[in-house]
Design a protein around this ligand. Structure first.
Ligand code: NAD
Ligand code: UFG
Length: 358
């Protein structure tokens, strides 16, 4: 298949591009690089041994999308492009409704004009809100607490309405829990422009000495060690879930929504302890107050994706911590500096990628 990947230069998108190319698909990326670097494209091509077509454009630009879709006969779309900082969405909701909602509507309009109605959409566990008990099941009501989550809900509902009105639309909605980790080669990982907000990149920066300590947001939650629980999932498992979801989008079943998580809850303290243990480093911590808007516990019920997509996360918390740290050590400034290894006629296997990447 020829797959258009919006936001393919980003964290989850770049790992998914490698998996799509490895699975034999052709890949076209559109990304405005508002939170990513063009340097990721050569890493994707290096790791897959194949080329992709990259188009720097905004998904809100209908004429740019039209041109691109005239150029490429696209079979299906994986739509990652969007902004994702929950706290920023509270102070700047316009940015979130514009990028995430207007961007999606514009993309779907362009797709329909070109006869493309098969799509995988990046949604989030944030659509469940903070007040429902885990494990969170797909049929629970959507109760988002912020503009980011409300935008994701709007796009989910719009896609559901589209496929009700026109059965030729086949959208698969994926709700990610907490993606962490990096490509096991150490060549691709999370490289946000600006300061990270999420736990794992901050843990890496503390271990690396770029920050003095990790502020743990709350140790008075009703959990065993008092710190909040999340469902961390290796980005490579997540990427592979998209290849499986793409197959589901080729089928004729309407309204498919899947959680992508491991189904396991891990507390902040457990994650930090595992990171220290597997990497032999120290992560100094201090207890800070709870972060406004955080849930105490959030983890997924994952049987639906297993039953319907034959997908299941296989990588452990240890893998996530090891791979995140390898990426951090090899790329302390993100994509800016590191040249690719010179293979000198050898294959990609010769750079020593750990076995779990194959
Ligand atoms: P990311 O910021 O690394 O990647 C998003 C990419 O989209 C970036 O490369 C950015 O430049 C691009 N982009 C943003 N707005 C755009 C626009 N208007 N036009 C074209 N390109 C645009 O983020 P990510 O972690 O890879 O997230 C990908 C998707 O997954 C997002 O939709 C996000 O909301 C969703 N998601 C992420 C998480 C997470 O914790 N990382 C959790 C749940 C859902
Ligand atoms: N945390 C700290 N200190 C930090 C950063 C985070 O203690 O410096 C804690 C948080 O309080 C939370 C846990 O680490 O308990 C995870 O926090 P993240 O910011 O990494 O992730 P969230 O669960 O808050 O949110 C993530 C994504 C959202 C997405 C949500 C559900 O950032 O976009 O998962 O998928 F909506």
């Amino acid at each position: 298949m020829k797959v258009l990947v919006t936001g393919g230069a980003g964290y989850i998108g770049s790992h998914t591009c490698v998996e799509l190319l490895n699975a034999g698909h052709e890949v076209v990326v559109v990304d405005n690089l508002c939170n990513s670097s063009p340097g990721v494209v050569e890493r994707i091509e290096f790791l897959s041994g194949r080329q992709l077509s990259f188009h720097p454009a905004d998904v809100r630009d209908l004429s740019a999308l039209d041109q691109l879709l005239n150029l490429h006969a696209i079979d299906a779309i994986i739509h990652f492009a969007g902004v994702k900082a929950v706290a920023e969405s509270v102070v700047n909701p316009a940015k979130y409704y514009s990028n995430n909602v207007r961007g999606s509507l514009t993309l779907f309009e362009a797709a329909a004009r070109h006869g493309i109605r098969r799509l995988v959409f990046s949604s989030s566990a944030t659509v469940y809100g903070n007040n429902q008990d885990s494990p969170l099941r797909e049929h629970l009501p959507r109760q988002p607490d912020n503009a980011y989550g409300r935008g994701k809900c709007m796009v989910e509902e719009y896609l559901t309405d589209l496929s009700r009105a026109d059965p030729s639309w086949h959208a698969v909605i994926l709700r990610y829990f907490n993606p962490v980790g990096a490509h096991p080669s150490g060549l691709m990982g999370e490289a946000p422009l600006g300061a990270p907000n999420n736990l794992m990149p901050i843990v890496c920066q503390v271990a690396d000495g770029q920050r003095p300590e990790l502020a743990i947001f709350g140790d008075d939650y009703p959990t065993a060690d008092g710190t909040a629980i999340r469902d961390y999932i290796h980005v490579l498992d997540l990427a592979r879930g998209h290849v499986d979801a793409l197959q589901a989008a080729l089928g004729n079943e309407p309204g498919l929504i899947f959680n992508l998580g491991t189904g396991q809850g891990t507390s902040v303290r457990e994650l930090v302890a595992t990171f220290e243990q597997v990497n032999g480093v120290s992560v100094p911590c201090r207890i800070a107050g709870r972060r406004v808007g955080d849930a105490a516990v959030s983890y997924a019920e994952v049987t639906l994706a297993h039953e319907r997509l034959s997908w299941r996360a296989s990588l452990s918390l240890e893998d996530m911590c090891r791979d995140a740290w390898r990426w951090q050590q090899q790329n302390p400034q993100g994509y800016s500096r590191k040249p690719l290894p010179d293979l000198q006629g050898h294959g990609i296997a010769d750079i020593g990628i750990p076995a779990h990447s194959t």
